[in-house]
Design a protein around this ligand. Structure first.
Ligand SMILES: *Cc1c(COP(=O)(O)O)cnc(C)c1O
Length: 392
């Protein structure tokens, strides 16, 4: 956005969408809850024709997302999955090949496996934490590399810069990154060389479990045009009300992320030192094998961690059930601390053998560390440990 002043992201998320509504001078951008727009004379509009194509409140959110992405363009969608679906429908055709990170969001895997496969879009998984393995997966018809870093739920990292260089050393291969776990404030994928940054705004961007939404950001005008066109055709644009709620959430994103990272760092250390904990996966820990890569491409280590107890799967699940403050629920990135068992939730339809190869054990526990006081969360873990393992 060429008229965007040169402010820091924490300023831009608050002021990029200030209201210029003259009737009342409301400080918040209004919800334009409308299906259509009046023509001033036949065929003459103010740029808005029908809300399946564009809507001012959605546009305000897009400006805020573009501000934090540092991109020329951002588009908002009804869900993270509809952002990915629109991306695939807009930029792929039958016969094209896509490389996916082997550890990836379950919905993304299902989209390729159970939907796009019917439309003759080819895909293969690669261990994108290895540039060599990714390179070996490239075929003459590869058009897109779609990676997730840190990956859900093992937090395995892929080197965005190296994979972007690999993609761009071939004609016609784009790199898209699902950056939901960190957001562009903690990992700016476009500046690391990616072509498209994808977010499930449901998570940290909204931050309050109030909406389902997604976004795509890019500096490519042609891709934006095509994505906007397909979004209008299939009707995957965000709703005005969801966009408005997300606009309120994004204003506190910088403040929330700082707390999420600080709390997650404290909980990760505490868990790692606990005698009943076998292993903690958190990129900020010295024990994390890819800590150096995290330091290179991330501005902080994020609010997500996973861990395994020295216990059976059954006892691990009982441990989750014994927690009182941490809430067992899908999703992540909200003010509430959320805990899941990926093997029975998000990754339940991945065959056991594959899950084991990818390091997603049946007793792995994923934690999205919220904004509650860390000592209260630790006290909750302590009471759950005492209840499930009375002898330690
Ligand atoms: C939640 C999530 C998605 C899908 O987003 P929805 O908003 O639920 O459609 C995609 N990728 C990751 C990493 C996610 O966590």
């Amino acid at each position: 956005m060429s008229d965007r002043p040169d402010f820091q992201p924490s300023t831009l998320v608050i002021h990029s969408n200030r209201s210029y509504e003259k009737q009342s001078n409301s400080i918040l951008f209004p919800i334009h809850q409308t299906a259509t727009y009046i023509h001033e004379s036949v065929g003459v509009t103010k740029g808005y024709g029908y809300s399946r194509g564009a809507n001012p409140t959605v546009n305000a959110l897009e400006q805020a997302i573009a501000a934090i992405e540092g991109t020329e363009y951002a588009l908002c969608f009804r869900s993270g999955m509809s952002a990915i679906t629109t991306l695939c429908l807009a930029l792929l055709k039958a016969g094209d090949h896509v490389i996916l990170s082997d550890v990836i969001y379950g919905g993304t895997a299902r989209l390729f496996h159970q939907v796009l496969e019917n439309f003759a879009v080819e895909y293969t998984y690669a261990d994108t934490s290895s540039v060599e393995a990714t390179e070996q997966a490239i075929r003459p018809n590869t058009r897109l590399i779609f990676i997730e870093t840190p990956a859900n739920p093992t937090l395995k990292l892929s080197d965005v810069r190296a994979i972007a260089d690999l993609a761009h050393s071939h004609e016609n291969i784009l790199l898209a990154v699902d950056n939901t776990f960190l957001t562009p404030l903690l990992q700016n994928c476009l500046s690391l060389g990616a072509d498209i940054s994808m977010l499930s705004t449901t998570k940290y961007i909204d931050g309050h479990n109030a909406t389902i939404g997604g976004s795509l950001a890019t500096n490519n005008a042609e891709h934006t045009e095509r994505l906007r066109f397909v979004r209008k055709i299939i009707g995957s644009i965000a709703s005005p009300f969801d966009a408005w709620l997300t606009l309120q959430g994004v204003k506190t994103l910088p403040a929330r992320l700082a707390m999420h990272c600080s709390h997650a760092g404290q909980i990760a250390k505490w868990l790692e030192d606990h005698p009943r904990v076998a292993r903690v996966y958190y990129p900020g820990l010295d024990s994390f094998p890819q800590k150096a890569l995290a330091e290179k491409q991330q501005k902080a280590f994020g609010g997500m961690l996973s861990f395994e107890l020295k216990a059976s799967t059954e006892d691990s699940l009982h441990f989750i059930e014994a927690l009182k403050l941490c809430t067992c629920a899908e999703s992540l990135g909200s003010v509430e601390t959320l805990i899941t068992n990926p093997a029975t939730a998000s990754h339940c339809d991945i065959p056991l053998e594959t899950r084991q190869r990818l390091g997603i054990s049946d007793h792995l526990i994923r934690l999205s560390v919220g904004l509650e006081a860390p000592q209260d969360l630790i006290a909750d873990f302590e009471q759950a440990f005492a209840r499930i393992f009375p002898t330690t």
